[in-house]
Design a protein around this ligand. Sequence first.
Ligand SMILES: Cc1ncc(COP(=O)(O)O)c(C=O)c1O
Length: 479
Amino acid sequence: MNNNDTSAISTYPDVNAVYEKLNALVSQPLRPIQREKMQQYLDYFETKCTRSKQLTDEAKAIIPGGVQHNLAFNYPFPIAIEKAQAAYMWDADGNRYIDFLQAGGPTILGSNYAPVRDKVFELLKECGPVTGLFHEYELKLAQLIQQHMPSIEMFRMLGTGTEGVMAAIRAARTFTKKRYVIKVGGAYHGWSDAMLYGLHVPGTGRLEAKGIPRGASAATQEFFPNSLTALRRHLVWNRLRGGTAAVILEPVGPESGTRPVPYDFNQQVRELCDEFGALLIFDEVVTGFRLGLGGAQGYFNVMPDLTVFGKCITGGYPMAGGVGGRADVVSGFAAGIGGTGERAYIGGTLSANPLSCVAGYHAIKEMERTNAAVLAGRAGDRLARGLQEIVDRLDLPFVVYNQGSIVHLETSGVMLLDLRHPLRTLKELKPREHMIEEMGAAYMANGLITLAGSRMYTSLADTDEVIDEALDRFETVLK
Ligand SMILES: Cc1ncc(COP(=O)(O)O)c(C=O)c1O
């Protein structure tokens, strides 16, 4: 375990204790919000969010489901946001919220951070967002990432985390000439054909693979979170059937550490990959820069062969993704229409556009200057400590822990369900899911935006005053 004052994670959670509490939470009946209180919270939306309701009702007629963002808040209806600044967001009706969604993680400096925005404006005045040709900022961004992450010998910018994952897998297969890719059950690595496998609930395989031909995920496998034995079993089995090209994982555990990994897990997976000649891919879409400028790989001191980047790489500006790593693997991506017959084909008209690259370069520079990841981590510590104190005082079975600026508050334990107990999972999935929807709505009615009612990303903008105000609001709901 690591205790470090200069790191974005000051104390790594005691993972055994976290699982003990999570298991206790899922083995007892739900503790939802009292019905009359919940009705008051729902009334908030009906009376105070009328413009949001009108807009999102209208959207349903033209946008499937009415929402397009993965992380949009949908219960009781989506909220339209009009303004975002630092630690706050304001909705279309002018209501103010403390923002712990932070766009799903990328805005470690806080929303709409002025020094980066100014640099983006400057660039837009000169050349606009896109030219289709090379811009110096592509080079500057790649060099900056390399400077902070020694595993990144070469880097290729793309448009999204999903694309980064697709490219990494393609590079791994091209380089190793092997077949299988192994992921952790339940993990989200974007929505490519190959990765919509074992989504959210471990053991569910192709359950969510609607519209995807069987062959597209025929060489994808999942192993139960944290089970090195299950991973080894796949690696051994694959050896006789085309081999394992790569193991892909989020270094803090799936879904930003919703099922946290023991501290030495990544090192052990590294050793297994070396033993079986598979590449290790770290999906640092959330952790790259949120857990420090060296990413989770710097924190755990484990070198992956390939790293996938996403939204954090531009500090939240659009077209954010990429893959980097060993030169002998990544150099297999040739640019443009030339290249060798051996290259793995990837592309993207708007990839590495000047707007994304200038935003990324200056966001990382600002994170360097302000020590943002460490300060956001301290805000996460303060929030988690305060929530734990409330949960203890109110004698609630809820589970609180944080990995720096990623804070988890599990109230229903839905994320702990899996197919090892199929009957319980089938019976409890919906009610446990509904409970966190209600919790999310209750937090929102009290001026707090969370990710799916159970996760909070803190940022540089979260001063002690912001966190203390948030804790008062959480206490109102938890009471
Ligand atoms: C760990 C992880 N990998 C991949 C992705 C996909 O990234 P994008 O939404 O940019 O396609 C996400 C998005 O939330 C993610 O959290």
